[in-house]
Design a protein around this ligand. Structure first.
Ligand SMILES: Cc1cc2nc3c(=O)[nH]c(=O)nc-3n(C[C@H](O)[C@H](O)[C@H](O)COP(=O)(O)OP(=O)(O)OC[C@H]3O[C@@H](n4cnc5c(N)ncnc54)[C@H](O)[C@@H]3O)c2cc1C
Length: 377
């Protein structure tokens, strides 16, 4: 007999929502989360680092069980109009996090880091850096985004999503923020608010879009044809549906106003190198900067030394060109091993790594847990 029915490695929004969904579907399930960090710690760190005030997603994308859970929570806990922005009523970070804390409370967490997962005759064994072993019938990897992405010229540059990023680490007079998406824009605005002289470096002019992917994929209108498409052909659909490097209306408005007022400088172009004095572009132009901060998102492929990368290598899991793993309807890469987040995009669509993706995954795993419990009875 295994120690657990379900072990979930990673207790961020995705892992915790999956755990809560399974526990609600099968209250008797023996389930735990392995994570050295408290709930939502990684989320808070990244959102805080870039200075996010409102979520980009709508108030329907939250981590509670019920569809209108966030709205009801806001009413019951004194959050007001300032906590829901615009047509989509995008929640403030404070509202989203307060609701998530309440909705996801009460799950068992093993305070440890998983460093290896090994298939067994009936399930999986998880080895941790604390030198423990746990056996589980089903294993879920909800490990969050891959490593921060650094362009080739930027090896050694600091990245806003580095675990030790500190906006106030230096008193640099001129700071270049590289990255034209929502993270770079928010970071540049935050630095300006703290009286830093900032130059925002982007490859394209600021582009406005409500969401980071086609919202049609939040529902069956796009998701059904997507899952009916042969899995090999879904990579291209994902690339088409995603809108990286875009800004939601509030950030777009704040940034374009700051650029127009000259509060933030802007350089458009392709950076090819960095030296002691600043950045050099492919057309020979350069800008002076004492500090360069990357806001260039995350790598598409898991590094071989990460748990996901090592698992992909050890089990020879099939991936597409963009780092998505081939999984079945139950989000299983091989029997009993489930993947969540961006790696699960070939089943969950372009929002797999978003809060909506967490909800979609939770629904699928809860249904599987229920089927399993029925079959066992
Ligand atoms: C700044 C920012 C803003 C975003 N805003 C939105 C938004 O508005 N709307 C939206 O839908 N999406 C948004 N996203 C995307 C996405 O919803 C978040 O990135 C979300 O936090 C992802 O959750 P996660 O659980 O996959 O990852 P994480 O929050 O990173 O959680 C992963 C957890 O796994 C743990 N872990 C990793 N490896 C191991 C291991 N080996 N052993 C044990 N534990 C491990 C980590 O400690 C961490 O706690 C945003 C992303 C960022 C970066």
């Amino acid at each position: 007999m295994t120690d657990y029915d379900w072990l979930i490695i990673g207790g961020g929004p995705h892992g915790r929502f999956a755990a809560a969904s399974i526990a609600a579907a099968v209250p008797a399930a023996r389930l735990a989360i392995v994570d050295p960090m408290p709930a939502l710690a990684a989320w808070r760190e990244r959102a805080g680092a870039c200075g996010m005030h409102y979520l980009r997603s709508s108030n329907a994308h939250h981590l509670g069980a019920r569809a209108h859970g966030l709205r009801r929570f806001a009413q019951a806990h004194g959050f007001d109009g300032a906590d829901e922005l615009g047509y989509y009523r995008r929640p403030s970070r404070a509202l989203f996090e307060a609701h998530a804390e309440q909705a996801l409370a009460g799950l068992t967490r093993i305070d440890d880091t998983a460093d290896r997962v090994v298939p067994q005759a009936h399930g999986w064994r998880v080895h941790t850096t604390g030198r423990d072993e746990y056996d589980t019938a089903r294993l879920v990897l909800a490990l969050g985004p891959n490593a921060p992405y650094r362009p080739r010229w930027a090896a050694g540059c600091e990245h806003v999503y580095d675990a030790d990023f500190d906006m106030n680490a230096s008193k640099a007079a001129r700071i270049a923020v590289v990255g034209g998406g929502i993270t770079g824009a928010q970071l540049a605005l935050r630095l300006h608010e703290h009286d830093h002289a900032v130059c925002w470096v982007t490859r394209s002019p600021p582009r406005r879009a409500d969401f980071d992917s086609d919202p049609c994929y939040a529902g069956p209108r796009c998701l059904t044809p997507f899952t009916e498409t042969p899995i090999e052909d879904r990579t291209a659909l994902l690339a088409e549906a995603r809108q990286p490097g875009t800004l939601p209306p509030d950030v777009f408005a704040r940034m374009t106003a700051a650029l127009a007022a000259g509060d933030i400088a802007w350089r458009r172009g392709h950076v090819v190198s960095k030296d002691d004095n600043g950045l050099v572009f492919d057309d020979g132009r350069r800008i002076d900067a004492d500090r360069v901060i990357l806001a260039t998102g995350f790598e598409q492929h898991a590094r071989p030394d990460s748990l996901l990368g090592a698992t992909i290598d050890a089990l020879d899991l099939r991936c597409d060109r963009d780092g998505h793993v081939f999984i079945n309807d139950d989000l299983e890469a091989v029997p009993g091993l489930h993947l969540l987040g961006r790696p699960a995009s070939l089943q969950l669509g372009p929002m797999a790594g978003n809060i909506k993706g967490a909800r979609l995954a939770g629904t699928r795993l809860a249904a599987l847990a229920k089927r399993g419990a029925r079959n066992a009875a």
